[in-house]
Ligand binder design. Structure first.
Ligand code: SAM
Length: 367
């Protein structure tokens, strides 16, 4: 069976391919196109090689190295490199971990780790083949773990407590980034998150590394905790080494606490229109992906969001459109936006009382 994205066709053979990961590939290309052309890229978990082949063709680095651990997949990877005009000697049948621990291995400008399940076992080794300014890309498909369905597994893999409620996806993304930031700090790197998102069954982050103890320490200042009250809808997050709250600030009820997690930016908000323009030029991307990218890139870098249907339910009121709440809050001078993380939710700097006030006023107006 063959599979095509843009100008790249691969044959699947024994390799895994998921067409739903196209957005991960398109978004990464769109983001990397905004940066200086990388000299070299590592496709650390290649399978068919579609990701690295596309990076080679669409980003024009000097070379891409393709790693694939599985012996029965490796011949298909090589075949796909040949059919796409890439030297098959660039494919290496080794585990990422062995490759990173070989002193002969190069340092890479871009390292893309797109494994089955958790990226956690790859993070430490990735630092050994990184350098100042390297871009690290990680995918997590263990979303049930990161997003709260398996608390103990999240503690085991990421040393962090997840959120098991409507904030779970953003908490999961922030837990994964926080985990990487803590390991990067051990190697004296600070991180700058360029782009990150939750999409279908996976979470994805693209980040830059800045070398130096001061950079590592300033990154770690973005670690903290998030709190959620299911009774009244309040949520709050704060940077720090220890959680400080055990009860809801708004109604005094018990709260869910999550962390440690990353409370810094989830994307570089200097780039929203550039990202939208960049993805629209990626051959394989469609209008739906462009709109999704626009939503991600234009979200305010405010941690977490409010579910409007949950709030109206808590308030015992009929439903109201999140877009009308957004417009009302904006008219009062607040920042307010939809979020790609969850349907019918809003990111805003308005407090819970202001949001509830907006909901009541809108319903009153509607009669
Ligand atoms: C999810 S697939 C990769 C999909 C591919 N990146 C894409 O965009 O289509 C994960 C691949 O990583 C390989 N793999 C698993 N563990 C690995 C390791 N430790 N080092 C290198 N490759 C590994 C698997 O055999 C599998 O082919």
């Amino acid at each position: 069976m063959t599979y095509t994205e843009g100008s790249t066709t691969v044959s699947q053979g024994n390799a895994f391919i998921n067409p739903k990961a196209r957005f991960s590939r398109d978004a990464t290309i769109a983001y990397l196109k905004l940066l200086k052309t990388p000299k070299n890229i590592l496709d650390a978990t290649s399978a068919t090689g579609i990701r690295g082949i596309r990076y080679m063709k669409e980003l024009n680095p000097e070379y891409v190295t393709f790693l694939e651990i599985n012996k029965s997949v490796y011949p298909y990877l090589k075949k796909n490199l040949v059919s796409n005009g890439i030297n098959p000697d660039n494919a290496v049948n080794l585990s990422f971990q062995e490759f990173c621990n070989d002193p002969e291995s190069s340092k890479f400008d871009v390292i893309d780790v797109d494994p089955f399940g958790s990226p956690a076992p790859y993070v430490f080794d990735s630092m050994k083949i990184a350098r100042n300014g390297s871009i690290l890309c990680f995918t997590a498909t263990d979303t049930a773990v990161l997003c709260g369905a398996h608390k103990q597994a999240c503690i085991k893999s990421y040393d962090s407590v997840p959120m098991h409620n409507e904030l779970g996806h953003e908490a999961g993304l922030r837990i994964m980034i926080g985990f990487i930031a803590r390991i990067a700090a051990q190697f004296n790197y600070g991180i700058d998150v360029g782009l990150s998102f939750s999409y279908l069954h996976y979470l994805r982050v693209i980040m830059g590394l800045r070398h130096g103890a001061a950079n590592a320490n300033s990154s770690l200042k973005n670690m903290g905790f998030a709190y959620k009250c299911q009774k009244c809808g309040w949520h709050y997050s704060e940077r720090g080494q220890l959680p400080t709250k055990s009860k809801c600030d708004s109604c005094g009820s018990a709260i869910e606490t999550s962390g440690k997690l990353w409370l810094g930016p989830l994307h570089d908000d200097t780039k929203p229109s550039d990202l939208r323009a960049s993805i629209s030029k990626v051959n394989a991307a469609d209008e739906k992906e462009s709109r999704f990218m626009e939503l991600i890139a234009s979200e305010p870098n405010i941690p977490f969001y409010y579910s409007i249907p949950k709030l109206t339910k808590i308030m015992g009121l009929p439903s109201v459109s999140e877009f009308s709440v957004i417009e009302d809050l904006k008219s009062k001078g607040y920042i307010a936006s939809p979020t790609h993380m969850e349907k019918n939710c809003i990111k805003t700097d308005a407090g819970l009382d202001a949001i509830k006030g907006s909901i009541k006023a809108l319903l009153k107006q509607a009669g």
